[in-house]
Design a protein around this ligand. Sequence first.
Ligand code: AGP
Length: 609
Amino acid sequence: MCGIAGYVGSKNAVEVAYDQLKRLEYRGYDSAGIAMQTPDGIRVVKKAGTLNHLRAELDAHPLEASCAIGHSRWATHGGPTDANAHPHFDFDQTIAVLHNGIIENYLELRDELVAKGHTFRSQTDTEIAAHVIGLEYSQGGSLLEAVRRAVKRFRGAYALVIISNRESETIVAVRQASPLVVGLGEGENLLASDIPALLPYTREVIALEEGHLVELTRDRVRLVDADGRELPIVSKHIDWDVESAERGGYDHFMRKEIHEQPQVIRQCLAGRITPEDGVRLEGTFSDNVWAEIDRVNIIACGTAYHAGLMGKHLFEKLLRLPTDVYYASEFRYGDPVLSQKSLAIFVSQSGETADTLAALKLCKKNRIRTLGIVNVVGSSIARECDRTIATQAGPEISVASTKAYTAQVIVLSLLALHIAQVQETPGLRVEEWAQALRDLPELASQVLELEDEVISIAEKLVDMPLCFFLGRGADAYVGYEGALKLKEVAYIPTQESPAGEMKHGPLALVEEGVVSVFGATEPFTFDKVVSNMKEVQARAGTVLGITCDSTGTIAKAADLTLMFSPSRFDFLNALLSVIPMQLLAYHLARLRGCSIDQPRNLAKSVTVE
Ligand code: AGP
């Protein structure tokens, strides 16, 4: 999500750290900062906005240092402001800390620190972490030991990098579920969140493992595990060019982002499911507002619209809350019926989509409560909505949205459970839902293991002239998203439809060579789905079933099947079924030689109407 840089050696560490951050710009960010060791203690220079803003600040106060750490932030807790930018000091400015990831229990830790009289300059979980580490460090011992003790109190995903004004030319870092790499140089050593920031200086790289800590000086790298045991230094020679390094070794950002989804689900859930298995959504409306809401309108475009359909399915099924989903471009000209007790939810990855923003302004003019579900925290839609929930999916580079869709559906699920808790919806098993959501990243990883089977199916279907995406209930909605992916990147015509609608017209399009992809994850619909499959096959159509049905009912009826292990909730199985559809679209586009990350005619953010 964010960029991390660090250097200790004979070069000007401030300029090296800045250069490293420049090489991580492609990841997206909304503020940046550098901390450096100087004879007068640690200096921190940080600014909201692009690196140019930081550059201007650095030029206004030129500084030399032999040890510096840098960070480019993708806002999650707290907006993109100078105060929220990293690095952050501890209570007495003995240490400076920067961080990637989310400290889930930061609110509990903050309460403890406030009780001890601590005050804070920012709204970030990182500053809380800095104070916890600083307190440990004040007990004596090395910075490495203080960090090792402190992180035992953190829950969540984090890569933390720390310097102190007591240990000259020393950088300490720790990795837990958020990547960190160390670069070994001659008389210098570096670290970064991502390999591209190391390559101009060294190709000898160590990828930190879970829970491991590292201490860097210019001549030495020490690795220890969470118990403080010394570990051997084993580096890997990286022969990627810079461009493929930016894609993490993947050929395209789209495939990288499809494979990031297990981690994205974890990030999206981080801090939002309590230890007691409840849901805790910060920064939304107060409970009395949720108790009053009697209708929800979800407004979005494209993939975000498809995520909204999944929200409708859940709000109506779980909460019995009437929910409509509108294309933003239609909503704003459709003179919609709006009630003061309704809630308008705007789903948007970029937060800059012109149609969605216009619909938002129409709702605000009518004094309708507005909630954003947005990936880019500092974006226009995020700022304009009364409340905003960040999807925390990290920057999505590929025009075809994949991980953002999954994160949007996860946030809508959390919102449904949050409302259910407030409205005390009878018979809702929030604890079971919370556990099922916790289990989802592992299930998503297992679905990704189907990729080789998807590739062999894509090779069979590469010349299909038309592809249906069919399903019932949530499976129909996921099919709409699968169809959009295939259109967008492989330029294959698609026809998406509820399976039951086929005989009302679309069936006329079925003939030999036409393929129908059926999502089938809701057992009570399987009999009807099998009938629809036979309808298609009777007209020489080919059927691909994407299912978690272990009874074999679907696999027996389909010509081709992709089978995955189920979650305990059908709705989450429908969501998991989007992953094979994303992979199918990607590999068909690859086989057809399409421009995958920048498809023809399309833009990542449609800021025109
Ligand atoms: C999805 O793959 C497309 N890139 C497009 O439909 C996109 O979802 C739509 O333009 C909405 O974008 P937003 O989520 O940034 O508002």
